[in-house]
Write a protein that binds this ligand. Sequence first.
Ligand SMILES: C[S@@+](CC[C@H](N)C(=O)[O-])C[C@H]1O[C@@H](n2cnc3c(N)ncnc32)[C@H](O)[C@@H]1O
Length: 309
Amino acid sequence: MANIEKASISGGHLSDGTRYGAAKVSRFATSRYGTIGAAFLDSALTQDLKNLVPGKRVLDIGCGAGNWCVTAAQYGAKSVDGFDIQSEMVELAKQATSHLDMVHIQVGDAADMPFDDDSFDVAISLFVTCNLPPNGFAKHFQELHRVLVPGGKALLLIPTDWSHSRLYTTIEADPSIVKSEMVQILSTVPKYPTTSQVTEAFRNIDDILVTCFAVDDKGEIFNVTNTSQLFRGQPIWRKTEVMMFPNFFYSDQSTIDQFVTNGFHIDRVENHFTEEKRIIYNKSNPAIPLSNDYVKHPTALVYHVSKPL
Ligand SMILES: C[S@@+](CC[C@H](N)C(=O)[O-])C[C@H]1O[C@@H](n2cnc3c(N)ncnc32)[C@H](O)[C@@H]1O
């Protein structure tokens, strides 16, 4: 895997999808994690915030377009500070929250947070760690610990091992047909492809719910079928039904190691993609049902952690 860095993914802050195409980006923005993610995640996270934020000083790390800053303010946060490394996102978040006096938005780095020690009662970091290269990944957890008050709580949403090693399709799509289409496309993608080349190549396969690609030591792109093909911090691309975005791979264990190393208490880990919810979802969305494999194995987990007193 020595040449992996030649793959054209760097910076670790390119997951917004703004270069994907207006229609798909707007679908992502209106349903936050795409139609499928939103069905399971938005309602659960909203409830989590409702429980966590009333009267609290809240930090939204990698706030993106500011959706969760608005939610936190609506549920009675005393103050909300949101920051993001991309100035375009910061502008969107500022617009979304301009009517809310208690919300402050700025540019900032999750690996070097622009706040004093012990500044927040609650912090959220939703689908941000997957954007961070290894050094930034480790520092994000140190910084999270630093800016929280003792007794402070954090909520993190992080993709799982499973989501990196599976091809999830819709029920209607035959996975073997989708796979053979992917094999055909993979043979056309250049060595050490750029994100836009990968995105362009896979633009038209809409039956994919979630899958992941990486580059091998010869520079060839491949579909990941087992996380043993990946190493910690490896650049990858994740495709959802709405877009393709560059990320870095971290196993569930790497996340837990960071909590332990930095002295967090893990209060609970939640899977919002339960089978029960999948069945309810499929009954109410017969046009775009989920395949059996999807949801049984959670694609993302919510970690509830706290900084001990
Ligand atoms: C998938 S989006 C999630 C946005 C938001 N948390 C939400 O749930 O709607 C990831 C966000 O993390 C931001 N980001 C990536 N790397 C970052 C860093 N080092 N510091 C701060 N924000 C970062 C990206 O710009 C992007 O807006």
